[in-house]
Design a binder for this molecule. Structure first.
Ligand SMILES: Cc1ncc(COP(=O)(O)O)c(C=O)c1O
Length: 326
């Protein structure tokens, strides 16, 4: 329950595709994959055609996980010494990749409601990374916030939507009339393909070709590409996982409240619970063979735990441990 990959696993047909791919006469694992993953990009354009008008495969770049795509975005859209903004608390990779590439990192402070505080300094940056719903809090940004930001800021805005499928809203529509917005999505979480490392970005054709140029050839492998394409065809399975996740999420939050904890409202497939970390929690979890993410020190909330939503029976085991120790 520590990495937010779907505990309902991948769709059965995806598992089957992966298991049989080496026997497929049309697939040659001894040869290179498609240079830029064109077939997957076409499948993605088809998948999102109802969300954004005029989308084509030229609006997508795929990579070795979203992390890889984010690294490429930083190298394509900013130069040495440019300022990159990474909110806190949030997913920290934009800051890490920025630092590895000699960019300056500026934190973006958020309040307890998860609203980032836009200062004059932030608005002078070259790129702002945002994550919605946010990891680790599960809080999502409002449309008003993004619209306000786009009106005031003229750099690149990366919107990481790794958990968007679990939320009612998403920011794909902002791509329609904005050349500076880049949306990140992944096959690691809802699609449960984290081990294959496959993620993508959606943006204008010009921005995508700049990202792809620094990405380089053959980043996504043949098995990952085929599994992702198959997974895109399994929407009924994924809709069902989303529905179950939301139901269990509501139940889990109620259970946590009933034992005196105060979880944040979540729009993602995990729940963040600000709390002091009790002595013995790690040992008790280890004994019960459960992994969750423990934050001993986290901005805004001090400390807390993050739990991936899983089938109810699994979370019941965790609740038993928490009840005993909190
Ligand atoms: C917000 C966010 N973005 C990106 C990632 C990484 O995605 P990928 O597995 O596609 O690199 C994660 C994984 O924890 C995440 O939480």
């Amino acid at each position: 329950l520590s990495d937010n990959t779907s505990q309902w696993s991948m769709a059965p047909s995806v598992r089957e595709r992966i298991a049989t791919i080496a026997q497929d006469e049309n697939v040659h694992l001894s040869r290179y994959p498609e240079i830029y993953g064109h077939e997957l990009k076409a499948a993605l354009a088809n998948r999102y055609s109802n969300d954004i008008a005029g989308l084509t495969s030229n609006n997508f770049v795929v990579g070795c996980g979203t992390d890889d795509v984010l690294d490429c975005i930083i190298r394509a859209c900013t130069a040495e010494g440019d300022v990159i903004v990474n909110p806190r608390p949030s997913f920290p990779m934009a800051g890490y990749f920025g630092r590895y590439n000699d960019r300056e990192i500026l934190p973006l402070d958020t309040n307890k409601a998860g609203e980032p505080q836009l200062t004059g300094e932030v608005l002078k940056a070259k790129l702002i990374y945002l994550c919605t719903p946010n990891n680790p809090t599960g809080i999502s940004l409002s449309r008003t916030f993004i619209e306000d930001l786009l009106a005031k800021f003229d750099g690149f805005v990366v919107i990481d939507e790794a958990y968007a499928e679990f939320n009612d809203d998403n920011f794909l529509p902002t791509l329609e009339n904005n050349e500076r917005v880049i949306v990140l999505r992944t096959f690691s979480k809802l699609h449960a393909l984290a081990g294959l490392r496959i993620g993508y970005a959606i943006a204008s054709r010009e921005v995508i070709s700049a990202i792809e140029a620094v990405r380089g050839p053959y980043k996504a492998n043949t098995i990952a590409l085929a599994a992702a394409i198959e997974s895109l065809s399994q929407r009924a399975f994924q809709n069902d996982v989303v529905e179950q996740t939301r139901e269990v999420r509501t139940w889990f939050i109620e259970q946590l409240r009933s034992i005196g904890l105060e979880p944040l409202k979540s729009d993602a497939n995990f729940v963040f619970i600000p709390m002091e970390i009790p002595d013995g929690l790690r040992e008790a979890l280890k004994k019960a063979d459960i992994a969750i993410r423990i934050f001993d020190e986290i901005d805004v909330y001090g400390s807390g735990i993050r739990v991936t939503i899983a089938p109810q029976k699994i979370l019941e085991k965790l609740l038993a441990v928490l009840k005993d120790i909190v």
